[in-house]
Design a protein around this ligand. Sequence first.
Ligand SMILES: *[C@@H]1O[C@H](CO)[C@@H](O)[C@H](O)[C@H]1NC(C)=O
Ligand SMILES: *[C@@H]1O[C@H](CO)[C@@H](O)[C@H](O)[C@H]1NC(C)=O
Ligand SMILES: *[C@@H]1O[C@H](CO)[C@@H](O)[C@H](O)[C@H]1NC(C)=O
Ligand SMILES: *[C@@H]1O[C@H](CO)[C@@H](O)[C@H](O)[C@H]1NC(C)=O
Ligand SMILES: *[C@@H]1O[C@H](CO)[C@@H](O)[C@H](O)[C@H]1NC(C)=O
Ligand SMILES: *[C@@H]1O[C@H](CO)[C@@H](O)[C@H](O)[C@H]1NC(C)=O
Ligand SMILES: *[C@@H]1O[C@H](CO)[C@@H](O)[C@H](O)[C@H]1NC(C)=O
Ligand SMILES: *[C@@H]1O[C@H](CO)[C@@H](O)[C@H](O)[C@H]1NC(C)=O
Ligand SMILES: *[C@@H]1O[C@H](CO)[C@@H](O)[C@H](O)[C@H]1NC(C)=O
Length: 812
Amino acid sequence: MGTMKWILFLAPLASLPTVIAQSSSAQPPKNTITPITDPASFVVPFIGTINGGHVFPGATLPHGMVKAGLDTDAPGNHAGYDGDPKSNATGFSQLHDSGTGGAVPLSNFKLWPFAECSSFDKCPTSLSSRKISRKLLPNGLPDDFASPGYFSTNLSNSIRVELTATRRTALHRYTFPAGTTHPRIAVDITNDGQRSSTNPVMTLDPDTAKVMGGASFAGSFGPGRYSAFTCVTFKGDGFDLGKPTEYGAWLADFPIQGTTNILQLYYGFIDELGALFTFSPAPGGKTTILARVGVSLISSEQACANAEEEIPDFDFERVHTEARAQWNDLLGRAQIDTTGVPKETVQLFYSSLYRTHISPADYTGENPKWNSTEPYYDSFYCNWDTYRTLYPLMSLHDPAVFARIVRAMIDIQKHEGWLPECRGATVMHFIQGGSNGDPIVGEFFVKFREQAAALGVSADDLYNALLADAENEPPNWNLQGRQAGLWKQLGYIPDDMFSPGGANTKQVSRTVEHAFNDFAVAQVAKALGKTDDQKKYLGRAGNFFNVWNPDVSVPGSPEIKGMMQLRFANGTFNFTDPRHCSIHDPAQATCFLNAANRDGFYEGSPIIYSQYVPQDTAKLIELQGGNESFIHRLDFIFEQEYFEATDEPSQQMPFMYHYANRPGLSTQRSRQVIAEFFNTSTNGLPGNDDSGAMASYAAFYLAGLYPLPATEQYLLSSPFFRQISFFNPLFNTTTVIKSNNFVGNPENGTGGQVFVKSVTVNGKPYKSNCYLDWDVFKSGSVVELTLTDDITVTCGNGPNALPPSISTGGYD
Ligand SMILES: *[C@@H]1O[C@H](CO)[C@@H](O)[C@H](O)[C@H]1NC(C)=O
Ligand SMILES: *[C@@H]1O[C@H](CO)[C@@H](O)[C@H](O)[C@H]1NC(C)=O
Ligand SMILES: *[C@@H]1O[C@H](CO)[C@@H](O)[C@H](O)[C@H]1NC(C)=O
Ligand SMILES: *[C@@H]1O[C@H](CO)[C@@H](O)[C@H](O)[C@H]1NC(C)=O
Ligand SMILES: *[C@@H]1O[C@H](CO)[C@@H](O)[C@H](O)[C@H]1NC(C)=O
Ligand SMILES: *[C@@H]1O[C@H](CO)[C@@H](O)[C@H](O)[C@H]1NC(C)=O
Ligand SMILES: *[C@@H]1O[C@H](CO)[C@@H](O)[C@H](O)[C@H]1NC(C)=O
Ligand SMILES: *[C@@H]1O[C@H](CO)[C@@H](O)[C@H](O)[C@H]1NC(C)=O
Ligand SMILES: *[C@@H]1O[C@H](CO)[C@@H](O)[C@H](O)[C@H]1NC(C)=O
């Protein structure tokens, strides 16, 4: 049913003939290489599962709501799992996010198997009593395995646990050690990752062992709460499970035999509650029990209905096979030639691509806040993280899902007033930049304006949503929208004026972000032929200049002069040391979210934010004293380690040499970044994956591309593969980027042949060696690169060789 369900979601598109091609693999029209038919086999889900990567390695469909995984007692287990063998297993829960910060999100409804308890009543059901270690492999790592749509582990008590999932239902398979006489399974209703439950409800059926329940839980990065519900049923794998031989509700470490409702227990302040069953073992052999766990944010009845609809047959192999097939269909739209490339690089690419499709999650039908016929997506955690690279990657190969996400975002705006910025489990989270949904819906519309209507996206509604963000100040801009009043009045967010609704922090980063957001509005206005609006918002896209102080320089490096700075409402600047929040900050400040922190910069030093004008880098070059001086500043940023691989405002930094006509330096820097910060180990991420933000920028670097969201341009370097292609199911086109004389992937850029000397598209010389227009991808093209070992290559000589900027003529 999983696959059927998937096709049903696409039903509104069925009128588009090209959509049928979604189920076929990418097949380059020319220059055919042997297609990778099982890209899932190259995915290493454990990348970033220690040291704060917070990656979810469990079982999920692409953008599935259910993410079934192992939870541990690791202190920072934001995705439940931790790859460190020292952290013990505490349960197998159904909902997770991936790569987030905040407080531990989700991890709701853990199941837990017991091989031996001295008796039913003495089963240690509480989180701290039941936890045990996982088995270790000879290399000291835990005996865990994961692949797209599947997760398994062996606990130290020799119980094997396997997980797979459909969109709203998890299927667990517990194999008890031979000879287990009393296989038991506990259902834990209340222990989410934060242990935040209130108002629990739960009933169990003594005949069928069906458990229905739910509770209210805390959001992860904001003040709200959400309710979640579950419905658990069991089945013997290959034998008739019959009735449970013992049953009861439990609180803490006290299972009470014969109870069927937690209201029968006096639970007072105890927040650990659930159900426990003892089953008859399978006749003469190993006992394997399947647990089907439906989840809903509406009711436990709906959780039961979801489970029955999605997994009526309890067929683990079928569900697993269909999940993997969905992943292969999606991942296979990107094809690479693996010849002459280390396997690790291939794994890095497909694993990165995989992680861009975990969030946001498809909660359609599960929004408790309003009824709508539109899709509902959640886990935008946060749009500030993902707008730069995740959605432009989706444009290349997954426009139908992108359209559904955009529809969901617009529907949220219609009901809540502003596009979502940060959100999890239906709860608004704290904004990071403010209204960073703008460049996401802008990205969609700029690239798919002609297909938007057929994809169910209303241009009017999309534009109205953008205008709401740009013009209307929300009552609480900590949670949505932006401080629009002051933005319109002053053209920057001042240091010293408080308007109701939020703490006065991040003024400089919000100023440069809002300038970019307004650029996205201008781009959509242009696409809609709204010339006056285009002009107005293009003007506001230049507001970054209002916080540019030409007189501030880096202490000790007087030539690095001109910085984005805090500015008072009266126009005077308030000095911030450009090293602020960098590793060289004498005050060792951080720039993370902290309401009491008034320092103006978020996840980046003033040095980083002084480069953040993606819409008008040419202007930045001018402000920074011309090409040579700009290149020197970029070199300074890398050589003095101001570049922050783990924070999004830095992501574009390696590619910025393109604008100074030195694309070879971009190629070199981006390769250095991959070599230093990204690998396939559990430690292979420089920080939080941020819902796939890190994954998407790594995937772009490996593809030799870097996007400019809400434009028709992708910056071009050389791929890590002699050939890479993207199949776009909406257009039924494949674009192949092919390097004619590819020699190796030297970590430092030099020593192989990776610098782009010239570019042809469909055999004709292209206008630039530094970027590709969207049209190249849309129509399906063969892009051929001629590579050289000479790092001094340029963008070319023609009038359009340099990538566009507003001040050099704009984005046509
Ligand atoms: C998609 O394009 C391929 C050729 O590249 C063609 O064989 C196929 O029929 C097309 N599919 C649709 C649905 O148009
Ligand atoms: C983890 O579980 C093992 C037994 O499996 C136990 O010895 C160890 O103390 C536990 N560690 C913690 C931190 O609870
Ligand atoms: C667990 O043990 C089983 C054998 O019982 C083995 O097949 C499997 O590979 C082990 N590891 C995992 C992660 O499932
Ligand atoms: C949605 O519709 C259902 C069925 O009519 C109703 O029970 C429910 O209260 C509605 N939910 C909201 C949030 O309006
Ligand atoms: C501008 O405002 C700041 C902060 O209120 C104040 O310290 C400064 O003296 C003012 N400058 C002028 C020129 O008024
Ligand atoms: C100037 O900025 C600093 C932070 O860099 C802040 O602590 C200080 O309060 C600001 N000054 C005024 C007058 O707002
Ligand atoms: C930077 O170099 C480009 C290409 O060589 C040139 O067109 C542009 O004018 C230069 N910019 C500045 C500010 O010197
Ligand atoms: C893998 O990446 C991590 C995180 O960026 C880094 O700390 C580590 O040194 C890298 N390991 C290798 C072997 O390159
Ligand atoms: C990287 O290449 C540059 C030349 O482009 C060279 O100066 C530098 O020493 C190289 N670094 C390493 C670590 O090889």
